[in-house]
Each structure stands twice: as C-alpha cells, then as structure tokens.
Write a protein that binds this ligand. Structure first.
Ligand code: HEM
Length: 441
C-alpha cells in the first residue's frame, strides 16, 4: 500500500497573527501565504517585521518590476546579504556596472550553441550514473539527483575539474543547509537580524573553508595552464577594457561558487519533484514512456512538457530574490512607497486563480500548445536579472529525465511521506525514497 501525503499546504484563509506565522514558517515558509494572495493582482503583506511589503502577481505588474522599471527595483540589500555570505560578489549578488560586466563576460558560456554542445556529455553522464543503480533497490531520489546534477554542471562549466571537487561541494552545501535550516521569520526582525546574521556569516565562512581551499588550488593551477576555454578559463582570462585589470582570485572564486550552487541545486530540485509527480500520475508516466519508446534519440516533446509542468507546480525558486523600491511607484493601482519590499513569487503566480485553471492538478498538456501568457509562468524569473542558465537547465533536465526513464520507472517507496522544505529553493524535506523498477532494456 502506498502512503503519501500531498505535499502542498492549504493556504490559511487570512494572514496569520505574527506569533503563529513565525511558528508555521519554521516548518514551511510558503504555508503562511494566505488564500487572498492567490486571487489579487497585488497583495499587501506589510507586517511589523518587514515593514511595507507587497507580493506582485499580476503579469503586467511583474513585467513592471522585473523589466520595464527594473532600475527602480534593485535586489534588496537584506536579500543580498543572505546570499553574499556564501557567494561573495558573484553575479547573483552584485549590482550596477560590476554585475553588467560579469554577466556579459559569462553569457557566451550559456548561449544556445554552448548548451547544445554539452548535450552529449549530459546524456553520457546520466547513463553512466544510472549504470550504478540496480533494479529493485530503493534510492533517495533527492540525493541522487543532486549528485548527478553536480557532476553535470562541473563538466559543463569547469571541464570536469568538479568531478573531484563535487563531493566537497556537496559537503559544503550540506553544511550551509544546516546553517540555514534554522533560518526563520525571526531572522528578518530589524535589530535582531544583524546580530543573528553576523553569527551565521561566520558559520557559513567556516562551512566553506575546505571547499574554498580547493577552489584556490584550482584557480592557481588554471592560471598556470588553461584547460581549453571553459567558463573558468574565461573568467581568468577576462580583462577590463578600460583598466586592463583581470579578476582577482576572490572574484573568480565568487563566480565559481555562484555557478556551482545556482547551477546544481535548482536542477536537482526540479528532477526530484518530477520523479515524485510522475510516480503519483500514472497516466502522464505511461505517456512519457510511450513517447520515449517511440523516439530513441533526443528527448521527446512530452519530456519537456513534463518538466515545465513540474516547475509550475514546484517552482525550484519559489520566491524570486526580494526587490526594494528605490522611489515611489504605482503597480496595478496600488501605491508602492519608496523603500517597500516587492516580492515576485512563482509559487503564488503559478497557482494564481486568475491565471491557471485547476492549478493543483499536474497536467503536462498545459505546455503542449501555446506558451502560457508572458509573466504568468516564470520559474527562471525574467528581465535582465533573469536566470542566465535557463536553457542549459531545461536541456539538462529533459535529458536526465529521458535517460533515466528509458531504463527505470521510479516508484515511491511504501510508507514514504513526502513534504516540502522551502528555503531559497524548494527542496523536499529529507529523503524521497523511490524504488527502481527496471523497464525493458
Ligand atoms: C531549473 C533550474 C533553474 C531554475 C528554476 C533557476 C531559477 C533562477 C531564478 C528564479 C533566478 C533569479 C532571477 C531574478 O532574480 O530575477 C536565477 C538566477 C540565476 N541563475 Fe538560475 N535557475 C536554474 C538553473 C540555473 C543554472 C543551470 C545555472 C548556471 C549554470 C544558473 C545560474 C543562475 C545565475 C548565475 C543567476 C543570477 C543571474 C543574474 O543575477 O544576473 N541557474 N535562476
């Protein structure tokens, strides 16, 4: 008998009192978002903790924040501080001219030609990984997908240097996860947050010590001998057109860590949820298998639809990094005062009553024909700060899904309870035990 709980929380009818919100958010930060937020264009979520704060879900409003008036909505300092403890001044956290120059520098590593060139490596890496599995065994699919995606990103971006870095990176991320696990609403209370954050930053730096010493060695050896033009070589070779100066070791390290973390954690999360969703939706699973069997080459169209629908239901980044209004503005008729926090949450937009029919239902067919309306589906964010790795990620996830599903059906282990643990990404809580059922070879 399969016993699984649906992992999506039912939103409370109205905003919870503060003490209750702190308690609920400790388990699931998304469970405090009230039902009304899923119905209105702009939800005023101002509170004694955050001050003025708005959740913008209307597509025109989202477009205004992320694209049309993007200069008025820089990433909030507070949010950046959380990221900077681990990623320093990498492109996820930097702003202004530094960000612009670094984004330009890194963009070619993510263009369609580069992504296409990685496809055979991705498929081969996934196949070799699955070779290590045995029919009938139970694996933790969250852990397995994290290992596999770390391998792939290391090979794609750093010519495999990460093959030996990978396990250390993983240890580091687990350490960081433990540090962030006790992060709660209390940590955003002005006054308290400064103190708590200084302590946390010290622990994050300590957690990264082993990884950082590896990175330092890697950068040193690459400065001496480039590997043939991968992202790391590009970062090392880059020169400022005006000053002629290159990136310091610290700057290279910050980009490297950013790409490792942003590039593997999110894809691992999508894959874990995709397997879970397929296991709960036998019709979609059967259709995927039928299309795979009919097309032995590249991933069939349905694989991509499954992935897109999985990212709608479980967006790997449930809240896009917080923005802060630099000047007064009006969004969908709502006054946004200077200094207010503005949040765009794919978690809410992807379930918004005005945008999606029957949003809790898993239906890859939604992505079969026309694309969803612009700014109503944004797992990768949008605008100039949108995800640099979106097409790499989509290619990778569809390939991994295809290579694994050709060989195995993943069945939720008996008694396995599945729950979410949303932090910066929408990780599952603990392991997701799944049994490997061999498909015809
Ligand atoms: C399914 C997988 C992925 C998802 C859902 C995802 C999602 C996102 C989101 C929501 C943002 C923030 C957008 C914003 O603040 O407006 C972002 C930014 C970013 N992502 Fe991804 N991402 C994924 C995979 C990747 C991969 C594979 C890489 C690199 C190899 C990557 C690198 C980055 C970087 C560097 C940024 C910061 C961009 C900037 O600020 O200029 N991501 N991603």
């Amino acid at each position: 008998m399969q016993a699984s709980l649906p992992p999506v929380p039912v939103p409370p009818a109205r905003s919870l009192p503060l003490w209750r919100a702190i308690k609920v958010a400790r388990g699931n930060t998304l469970a405090v978002i009230p039902a009304q937020a899923f119905e209105v264009p702009v939800f005023d979520q101002s509170s004694a903790i955050l001050g003025r704060s708005f959740l913008v879900s209307d597509p025109e409003g989202v477009k205004r924040v992320l694209l049309d008036e993007v200069a008025n909505y820089p990433k909030s300092e507070f949010q950046n501080r959380i990221f900077a403890a681990a990623f320093g001044d990498g492109i996820l956290t930097s702003g202004g001219e530094t960000w612009k120059a670094h984004r330009r520098l890194m963009a070619p590593a993510f263009d369609p030609r580069s992504v296409e060139a990685h496809a055979p490596m991705m498929a081969a890496t996934a196949r070799a990984f699955v070779d290590g599995w045995r029919p009938g065994e139970t694996i933790d699919v969250a852990q397995a997908m994290a290992e596999l995606s770390l391998k792939i990103i290391a090979r794609a971006m750093f010519s495999g240097a990460g093959d030996d870095l990978g396990p250390r990176m993983d240890q580091t991320l687990r350490a960081m996860d433990v540090i962030l696990a006790d992060f709660g609403l209390i940590d955003v209370v002005p006054g308290v947050r400064g103190l708590r954050w200084r302590a946390r930053e010290r622990r994050i730096a300590a957690g990264f010590a082993v990884f950082d010493s590896w990175i330092a060695e890697l950068i040193g050896s690459r400065r001496a001998a480039p590997a043939g033009g991968d992202l790391l070589d590009r970062l090392i070779a880059a020169r400022d057109p005006e000053t002629g100066l290159g990136l310091s070791d610290r700057q290279v390290r910050d980009q490297l860590v950013t790409i490792f973390v942003a590039g593997h954690e999110t894809t691992a999360v999508v894959l874990a949820w995709t397997w879970y969703l397929l296991s709960q939706n036998p019709e979609a699973e059967a259709r995927l298998h039928a299309e795979l069997d009919a097309s032995p080459g590249a991933p069939p169209a349905y694989a991509r639809q499954v992935v897109e629908e999985a990212m709608r239901i479980f967006p790997p980044v449930p809240r896009i990094p917080l923005r802060r209004a630099a000047a007064d503005d009006v969004i969908c008729g709502v006054q946004i005062p200077k200094g207010a926090y503005v949040c765009v949450a794919p978690w809410v937009i992807h379930r918004h009553r005005s945008l999606w029919k029957d949003p809790e239902r898993f239906d890859p067919g939604r992505f079969a024909g026309e694309r969803p309306a612009r700014f109503s589906y944004l797992p990768f964010g949008a605008g100039p700060r949108g995800c640099i790795g979106a097409s790499l990620a989509l290619t990778e996830v569809a390939i991994v899904l295809t290579e694994v599903a050709r060989r195995y059906r993943l069945k939720l282990a008996p008694g396995q309870v599945v729950a979410m643990k949303p932090r910066m990404t929408l990780r599952p809580l603990g392991r997701i035990g799944m049994e490997l059922v061999a498909r015809a070879a």
